[in-house]
Ligand binder design. Structure first.
Ligand code: SAH
Ligand code: DHB
Ligand code: MG
Length: 218
């Protein structure tokens, strides 16, 4: 058994026990695959983690940067209390259409708004504050996404960023990969910014070796 096979088997084990089959989420994955979207959504166990984090935080207004087919969006929307909302930003109009259909099938169209366009342009027109922000788009732009997330936050808001480890490449200061450089700069900004306290956690699983950063706005 390779490491990856073991990580996937363990994800499958926990997911089968702890993440019951959900027709809307499964349909979202199937429709996204059928439409040719790249399969880079969070795993089921990670989606449920996001849902639980948002729920234990009591998040009413959630911002997501990077929608893809809306899989993580549906998980986040499932955490909302009555009257809550998710705003999710997607650059690719075709992905956004798939996401809208997936969100509609999940019965969440009234609480999810998919905004199409480069996130940096959309962010400039949003009204905060958001209680919870999930950053999961083009990693090279994580530094400005952090700045916008802070502008659109309040003390007590939570910011989560996906894919901050990249198979360990994050520790290479000479990496030529703009995603890695974006994540490194993002982490340095988190470290230096007096408005946040943060940590990062390495993960393995069906998506390989990666990780999350978690920040609290103080
Ligand atoms: N959060 C999703 C996965 C997002 S994948 C999930 O877990 O289900 C990253 C997404 O960010 C892709 O759909 C990509 O099109 C989008 N993206 C890339 N650059 C972007 C930009 N500048 N603005 C908005 N979205 C962008
Ligand atoms: C990639 C992006 C993601 O958001 C992810 O979860 C996995 C991979 C990527 O750009 O390769
Ligand atoms: Mg991701």
């Amino acid at each position: 058994m390779t490491d990856q096979e073991r990580w996937t088997a363990v994800d499958t084990y926990f997911t089968e026990l702890l993440v019951p089959p959900d027709p809307a989420l499964e349909a979202a994955l199937a429709a996204s695959a059928a439409a040719g979207l790249p399969p880079m959504q969070v795993s089921p166990s990670q989606g449920k983690l996001l849902m639980l984090l948002a729920r234990l935080h009591g998040a009413r207004r959630i911002l997501e940067i990077g929608t893809l087919g809306g899989y993580s969006t549906i998980w986040l929307a499932r955490a909302l209390p009555e009257g809550g909302r998710v705003v999710t930003l997607e650059a690719d109009p075709r992905y956004a259409e798939v996401a809208r259909a997936n969100v509609a099938r999940a019965g969440l169209s009234d609480v999810v708004e998919v905004r199409v366009g480069p996130a940096l342009a959309t962010l400039a027109g949003l009204d905060g504050p958001f209680d919870f922000v999930f950053i999961d788009a083009d990693k090279a732009n994580n530094p400005p996404y952090l700045e916008w997330s802070l502008k659109l936050s309040r003390p007590g808001s939570v910011i989560v960023a996906d894919n901050v480890v990249r198979r360990g490449e994050v520790v290479d200061p000479a990496s030529a990969n703009p995603s890695v450089q974006g994540i490194r700069r993002f982490t340095e900004l988190l470290a230096a910014d007096p408005r946040v306290t943060a940590t990062a956690i390495q993960t393995v699983g069906e998506k390989g070796y990666d990780g999350f950063a978690l920040a609290l706005v103080t």
